[in-house]
Ligand binder design. Structure first.
Ligand code: NCD
Length: 309
């Protein structure tokens, strides 16, 4: 039986193409399961998972929790806002205390890049990175590629543009790695100030003209401007940002071809995309959310099967 090449999911950077194929094949099975009248399978009955969220989250937290429950795992939730972290406890102490209650797997979102890698070196549980600062968000990139595969048949050879705040986005970096592993062509588009200086080293195309980027692509993944990560101003006003880098229906309809619109959420309607685009047939935003549960079930299931050996 095939298995993942890793014991943790810390970033797409640590995966190979076969890992992604295995995750997708497993997610196909779970997608079928969650569309059954009885959406639950007993696969993880003896596994306990702790969801540790040191940063806010809606979709990702709910999606992980649902995935865990549909696999029949025992689940405990921890949110930093109500915890002893505020009393000065270190990350390793917090996690070791939780693990001493016999927890097998940790799903962690943390504001510091590399927090998951750090933890994986100090504790025995299997770690899933649910977003570490502006670094990686591997399950988001997996569900994004899975949604492209579902919509367009395959990811290989497709032109994908990631639009917006690339500099502060963990979704962008994980997507770049995942798309390249699968043979897609990747472009980033946004104001120069929101495109990292190291971008050339990642082998992606860079475009600052949104219309040109959209005419090139098959898929546009629209990112939110992550104001909470900005200590200075990166563009004049939100209105000007929306005029230059926002997609509205008029722009979409004026393109040479019909493209697919994606968004990881949360959407700032009227900034990166208008409501008529977000709610249009070309947008697969809610399919992404639905696929997120199947992808997370697949990742958890595959990592848990390595723990049991
Ligand atoms: C993203 C995140 O938290 O990195 N959202 C998500 O996980 N669905 C993107 C964002 O916050 O804009």
């Amino acid at each position: 039986m095939s298995e993942l090449s890793v014991n943790h999911l810390l970033g797409i950077k640590y995966l190979n193409k076969k890992d992604i194929e295995l995750i997708f094949k497993t997610a196909d099975h779970f997608k079928e399961v969650i569309n059954r009248p009885i959406k639950k399978v007993p696969s993880l009955r003896d596994i306990t998972i702790a969801n540790l969220f040191f940063e806010n989250s809606t979709r990702t937290k709910l999606s992980f929790e649902l995935a865990e429950k549909r696999l029949s795992a025992d689940v405990i939730n921890f949110s930093a806002a109500q915890s002893s972290v505020k009393k000065g406890e270190t990350l390793i102490d917090t996690v070791n205390n939780i693990l001493s209650m016999k927890v097998d797997m940790v799903v962690m979102r943390h504001p510091n890049p590399g927090a998951g890698v750090f933890l994986s070196k100090h504790v025995s549980a299997s770690i899933i990175n649910a977003g570490d600062g502006a670094h990686e968000h591997p399950t988001q990139a997996l569900l994004d590629s899975y949604s492209i595969r579902e919509k367009l048949g395959e990811v290989k050879g497709k032109n994908v543009v990631i639009v917006g705040d690339i500099l502060h986005s963990r979704v962008a970096l994980s997507n770049i790695f995942a798309l390249q592993l699968q043979g897609a062509n990747v472009m980033v588009c946004g104001p120069k100030t929101l495109i990292p200086k190291y971008i050339d080293k990642l082998g992606v195309k860079v475009e600052t003209n949104l219309r040109k980027a959209l005419n090139w692509c098959d898929v546009a993944n629209m990112l939110r401007v992550q104001n909470e990560r900005m200590d200075v101003s990166y563009f004049p006003t939100t209105r000007e940002y929306a005029q230059q880098f926002g997609v509205d229906k008029t722009l979409l309809d004026s393109l040479d071809k019909e493209i697919t619109i994606m968004h990881p959420g949360p959407i700032n309607r009227g900034v990166e995309i208008t409501s008529d685009v977000a709610d249009s047939k070309q947008a697969i935003i809610l399919d992404q959310v639905q696929n997120g549960v199947a992808i997370r079930m697949a990742v958890i299931y595959l990592l848990a099967s390595k723990i049991k050996q």
